[in-house]
Ligand binder design. Structure first.
Ligand SMILES: [Zn+2]
Ligand SMILES: [Zn+2]
Length: 229
């Protein structure tokens, strides 16, 4: 009670003060403005699909993916875009809790043996002071009571994916991540903040499998609409 007096609840997107005891932590305006993904969507990567498409999975996934399924609640647009870019550049890590809760909801009752996250370069770590993807993973681990372990490494140097075409992204992502030294086993979940073409997820999940994971799932807070990148 005293804590909620000192730290009154605020909207996770716009920071507007909310009435005490508000759940979820969003104001009405932002709650309405969240681009939640609805069906039909690809049963593997979660990307929205045209209803005329006869298959239960998208073209990319029909060629095979290194993960069983990707859990994704939102499109990277409107309120979610604001939420994630605020987290990135203005250091508001508490927002990770909200996104983790939404991912957990997508997962239904599914619980992996361990959770890991896409590593970021040490240069980005230094600028932000934290890895927001790791924060989302940690909150998710706390919610599901599953251990969160670093497993992959970012290669030295900074290689950004922004502004690259989808084939360039794929090539770039291949050199960007390295396996960790530990041997892994069981079912793992890889967390990313935003996915665009999915090439980072593919590369990282392949590495996790090569490190010994029996099955790999992915989770990302938001997916960029195919037509918008
Ligand atoms: Zn709001
Ligand atoms: Zn798909």
């Amino acid at each position: 009670m005293i804590l909620s007096f000192l730290f009154p609840p605020r909207c996770a997107v716009c920071r507007k003060l909310l009435p005490y005891g508000s759940k979820p932590e969003l104001c009405d305006d932002c709650g309405r403005d969240l681009p939640r993904i609805s069906d039909p969507r690809c049963q593997i990567c979660g990307r929205p699909m045209d209803s005329e498409f006869a298959m239960p999975w998208c073209q990319t996934c029909s060629k095979g993916r290194p993960f069983e399924k990707c859990f994704v609640p939102f499109l990277y647009d409107r309120g979610v875009r604001r939420l994630i870019s605020n987290m990135k550049y203005y250091g508001q890590p508490s927002k990770a809790r909200f996104l983790a809760g939404e991912i957990a909801r997508e997962m239904g009752g599914f619980r992996p043996d361990a959770i890991t996250f896409v590593p970021q370069s040490s240069a980005t770590d230094r600028v932000r002071g934290y890895n927001q993807t790791r924060l989302i993973a940690k909150e998710l681990g706390r919610l599901l009571d599953v251990p969160v372990r670093p497993a992959l490494r970012h290669s030295p140097g900074d290689r950004h994916q922004v502004g690259l075409s989808s084939s360039e992204r794929r090539k770039n992502a291949r050199g960007m991540y390295l396996p960790g030294k530990k041997r892994l086993s069981g079912t793992w979940l890889l967390v990313d903040d935003v996915t665009t073409t999915g090439s980072t997820l593919d590369v990282c999940c392949r590495l996790l499998k090569a490190m010994g994971c029996d099955r790999v799932y992915a989770a990302t807070a938001a997916i960029r609409d195919g037509k918008k990148f």
